[in-house]
Design a protein around this ligand. Structure first.
Ligand SMILES: C[S@@+](CC[C@H](N)C(=O)[O-])C[C@H]1O[C@@H](n2cnc3c(N)ncnc32)[C@H](O)[C@@H]1O
Length: 244
């Protein structure tokens, strides 16, 4: 009998990436407000918890930080509020409309780029953070490999995002929330435009399970340093460290 060789699943939005990006461009005017609604107000708490963890492991606030997939800049905004400066934060996002809002909101510098092709010198960055955006990467493995290249040894990456627990029961419940309940809340927040948030369920479906994500981190040269889970495992904060 012929032996089959298992290849690891390829994570990332792949062929869905362009349509999700178009949807993100369309929802820019209602993005922040709708996020508060569909996360039942917890996204701010989770973002702040992540930023606190990153500052704790860095042991200083004076480090060069990328805000990857910065969107409208909420992560940098909160980082600036906590540390009183955004001078050493660089915003990164491929959508010009998102970048304009992020730059005017945070006063940080920004550039239009994607995870999969980061225009920085090898080992030149101390840390990076991604608020609800790592699951939007087109190719997750390539994104992590690029990050591994630009971070200095021992550099950190903070991920604040939805997560898919290994428990089947929890994961079915959470995906039903994003498929059925979140669009209703989004409609309440933003009317017809809110319905476009239904695209979230595609990004959730494509997301690796927690254990698969940890395996991918290890494969790309990182170790998990800290993690916290929220909303019965439907969201998490993870700090990974580039191996020395
Ligand atoms: C759901 S929004 C999150 C925005 C913001 N970080 C926040 O905390 O609200 C996802 C962002 O990731 C960006 N994005 C999508 N694919 C990306 C990629 N391959 N590289 C970098 N950013 C990407 C999108 O343009 C979008 O602004």
């Amino acid at each position: 009998m012929k032996e089959t060789i298992e290849t690891p699943p390829a994570f990332g939005l792949k062929e869905d990436w362009n349509s999700i990006q178009r949807t993100l461009e369309e929802i820019i005017p209602v993005y922040d407000k709708t996020n508060r609604y569909i996360s039942l107000g917890t996204d701010l708490r989770i973002r702040k918890a992540g930023i606190a963890l990153l500052r704790e492991v860095m042991g200083t606030d004076d480090f060069l930080l990328l805000d990857l997939g910065c969107g409208t800049g909420k992560m940098t905004d909160l980082f600036g509020a906590a540390t009183r400066t955004t001078d050493r934060v660089l915003l990164v996002d491929p959508i010009l409309g998102m970048m304009r809002i992020a730059r005017s909101r945070t006063k940080a510098q920004g550039l239009l780029a994607v995870y999969e092709n980061l225009p920085f010198r090898t080992g030149s960055i101390d840390a990076a953070m991604a608020g609800f955006s790592i699951r939007d990467a087109r190719d997750l493995k390539r994104a992590l490999s690029q990050l591994d290249d630009v971070l200095r040894p021992g550099g950190r990456f903070l991920i604040v995002d939805l997560s898919k627990p290994d428990s089947k029961v929890k994961s079915v419940f959470i995906s039903a929330y994003w498929r059925l309940i979140a669009p209703v809340l989004a409609f309440a927040a933003a009317g017809r435009q809110g319905l476009k948030f239904a695209a979230l369920s595609t990004t959730y479906r494509r997301l690796p399970k927690h254990s698969q994500l940890v395996e991918l981190f290890q494969m790309c040269g990182f170790s998990v340093e800290k993690s916290e889970s929220f909303m019965i495992g439907g969201a998490s904060v993870i700090v990974i460290r580039k191996n020395v």
